[in-house]
Design a protein around this ligand. Structure first.
Ligand code: ADP
Ligand code: ZN
Length: 233
């Protein structure tokens, strides 16, 4: 059970998708789930949209319901990667409660650290395929042809909330509401930093090594390097 914390544009989403494939556990992005909810035009969808368009956080109780439902599905048995959750202290406390109830434990929180300069480029250059969701960046990962997706031919669009004033607000919200979580997890001694200015492939390698070193798979007792003595049994 992993949590990725970092400002918008730090590449958490990309890394979470890569990790999910390699570790074979689901990637749970509250941002992605909310964008799906918004597409459905329900009352909840419209409410969520209003917050997201301004770069504000969707209320904690909505997020918690979404998470509770998601982690109770069978594909979450072996673990999962949270991307964009928890984002407030209340969400982190609620998550601790969920873990307790399920008799599970958080394994590791990874903080993505990145310079402001890279952040601005990443966010202002970002394009998303309107059909398959693949992401591109005009500076770092441009599409082969114009605004067309290499994978499926869909039209590439900027994300609604990547507009300049909204980005500024998302960064502010991150600093005020999400950054304090670093302290919260430091107290639980469960957080590691990673330099997110690195290229995606290198970063992914580093993440895998970190997880390998820090997380004990399946929660089993540590493997012993030598066969245990059986004489006294
Ligand atoms: P980013 O991290 O790039 O800002 P996300 O896709 O994670 O983007 O989130 C987009 C928006 O969805 C946020 O600005 C916020 O409005 C909403 N959102 C996502 N996750 C949460 C959460 N855990 N709590 C509250 N709001 C959230
Ligand atoms: Zn596509």
């Amino acid at each position: 059970k992993l949590i990725l914390i970092g400002p918008p544009g730090s590449g958490k989403g990309t890394q979470a998708r890569l990790l999910s494939k390699k570790l074979k556990i689901p990637h749970i992005s509250t941002g992605d789930i909310l964008r799906e909810v918004v597409k459905n035009k329900t009352q909840l969808g419209q409410e969520a949209q209003a917050y997201m368009e301004k770069g504000e956080l969707v209320p904690d109780n909505v997020i918690i319901e979404i998470i509770k439902e998601r982690v109770s599905r069978p594909d979450c048995e072996k673990g999962y990667i949270f991307d964009g959750f928890p984002r407030t202290l209340t969400q982190a406390q609620m998550l601790d409660k969920i873990f307790k109830e399920k008799n599970k434990e958080l394994d590791l929180v990874i903080q993505f650290k990145i310079s402001d300069e890279s952040l601005t480029k990443r966010l202002s250059g970002r394009l998303i395929c309107s059909k398959c969701g693949a992401d591109y960046n005009l500076y770092f990962k441009p599409p082969r042809v114009g605004d067309i997706c290499d994978r499926c031919g869909g039209k590439l669009l900027p994300r609604q909330d990547d507009k300049k004033n909204v980005v500024i607000n998302r960064l502010k919200v991150f600093k005020n509401q999400t950054k304090p979580l670093v302290n919260y997890y430091q107290k639980q001694a469960k957080i590691k930093d990673i330099d997110a200015d690195k290229k995606s492939e290198n970063l992914n390698q580093e993440l895998l090594q970190l997880i390998d070193a820090e997380v004990n798979p399946n929660g089993l007792p540590e493997k012993q390097s030598f066969p245990a003595e059986s004489a006294e049994e």
